[in-house]
Design a protein around this ligand. Structure first.
Ligand SMILES: [Zn+2]
Length: 287
């Protein structure tokens, strides 16, 4: 799944390519893709794309009168790509594009096409008026991971009391971190993925906060070099795609605990005092 660096870099690309262009129409291509019914998408027709921004892993396509600031009549399309969704310029304008979920057609130019590979069809679009930040799906998000302060992070860690790997991926704690970044952040911070958030000492919180910042910046730098959103294997990583290989930091072997929907990849020497973590949450119960 694209995480904050991929989504942020993609928002920059789309902004550069489409800002200022008036929307001709928005066309849902799958019955479940549009999660809101008021306002109607037709209300956005004729408004210009002011910018494409992001909030956590969500892309925000903000339309309004081209007067610069946030106008009362602004409408924001919120797009979540989920696992396999992509939002790309579309010059073919095929009637039934492969994997098509929704299309924004602009006056005098190409369209933007939301597609989703595979059969899950979970990519989603919301159309929000007024203050999008206070409406679902954005209202439940914690602060963006690249802007959270050290003290706010410490407060949220202490209040949570759960495994730090799960904490980092929970978008209500902080927004934008997914499976790859959680592994990279914890490796960089030299914190065990299974450490309890409420028991981290101040030095660990310091390292964790610094690692969140550097890991996101590293991902963003790499993603800005690309012409389109890459795949997970294209992203810079020291542990996530290196299970069984030597740790770049210490040469110990990178190990993993596998879950159904994600993988905890870590280096024992760097993160757990050499201890190999047992998969003690799923394997015991799935048999
Ligand atoms: Zn290591």
């Amino acid at each position: 799944m694209p995480e904050l660096p991929e989504v942020a870099a993609h928002a920059e690309r789309l902004s550069a390519g489409f800002s200022g262009t008036p929307l001709a129409r928005f066309e849902p291509m799958h019955p479940a893709v549009l999660k809101t019914f008021d306002p109607r998408p037709a209300a956005a027709a004729g408004k210009a794309l002011k910018e494409v921004g992001h909030r956590g892993k969500y892309l925000l396509l903000r339309f309004g009168e081209s007067d610069g600031g946030h106008g009362a009549s602004d409408l924001t399309f919120v797009v979540h790509l989920m696992q396999a969704g992509r939002l790309r310029p579309d010059t073919k304008l095929a009637r039934k594009p492969r994997g098509g979920m929704a299309r924004w057609t602009f006056d005098d130019g190409p369209a933007l096409l939301l597609t989703e590979a595979g059969t899950e069809r979970r990519a989603a679009v919301w159309l929000l008026a007024d203050q999008p930040a206070t409406a679902e799906p954005l209202a439940r998000l914690g602060p963006d991971a690249d802007s959270i302060s050290r003290d706010e992070l410490a407060r949220r860690l202490a209040a949570a009391s759960e495994r730090v790997h799960g904490f980092l991926r929970d978008q209500s704690h902080l927004a934008g971190i997914g499976r790859l970044l959680a592994n990279e952040i914890l490796h960089t911070a030299k914190v065990s993925p299974f450490a309890n958030t409420a028991r981290l000492d101040g030095a660990s919180v310091d390292r964790l906060h610094a690692a969140i910042t550097t890991s996101i910046a590293r991902g963003l730098d790499a993603e800005r070099e690309r012409a389109d959103m890459g795949r997970s294997t294209d992203r810079p990583n020291d542990v996530h795609h290196r299970v069984g290989q030597p740790c770049p930091e210490c040469d110990d072997t990178v190990r993993a605990v596998e879950y159904r929907r994600y993988r905890v990849a870590y280096c024992p020497r760097c993160q757990t005092g050499g201890k190999v973590l047992a998969d003690n949450t799923t394997s015991r119960f799935l048999k």
